[in-house]
Design a protein around this ligand. Structure first.
Ligand code: HEC
Length: 100
């Protein structure tokens, strides 16, 4: 019982933070277009011009696509980026990732 009461604020905090973005890409938008309108506000270029330095387990189209759709604690989920737009955006992320 005590554990339940202590746990409640943490659950509420998690719910408040994992937002879903209502951003939807314009038809025909390239991966770069989408990145520059929906992602660059948080993912700014690093020294050298790349945006990401991904761990090997994140460095695939499937893993990046999943991250975009699911989000995380600090990143909103982009549920409306799907299909070809999702593929192109994920490829754009990978071509702008510095290999470890
Ligand atoms: C509100 C800020 C915010 C926006 C907008 C945002 N992200 Fe993120 N993103 C984050 C944060 C913070 C992290 C790191 C924390 C984490 O992995 O949970 C992250 C992590 C990532 C990762 C994994 C990085 C790693 O090192 O594992 C990828 C890939 C990514 N974002 C892609 C995108 C793409 C593509 C978009 C646009 C559709 C986007 N993000 C929009 C905040 C944001």
């Amino acid at each position: 019982m005590k554990g339940l009461i202590v746990g409640m604020p943490i659950v509420l905090l998690l719910a408040a933070c994992s937002k879903t973005s209502d951003y939807a890409p314009a038809s025909g938008a390239t991966g770069e277009d989408i990145f520059k309108s929906a992602c660059v506000e948080c993912h700014t270029p690093k020294v050298g011009g790349h945006y990401f330095e991904l761990d090997p387990d994140m460095n695939t189209v499937a893993a990046v696509s999943n991250k975009i759709n699911e989000g995380s604690f600090a990143m909103p989920a982009f549920a409306q980026i799907q299909g070809e737009a999702l593929q192109e955006l994920s490829e754009y992320v990978l071509t702008n990732t510095k290999a470890e």
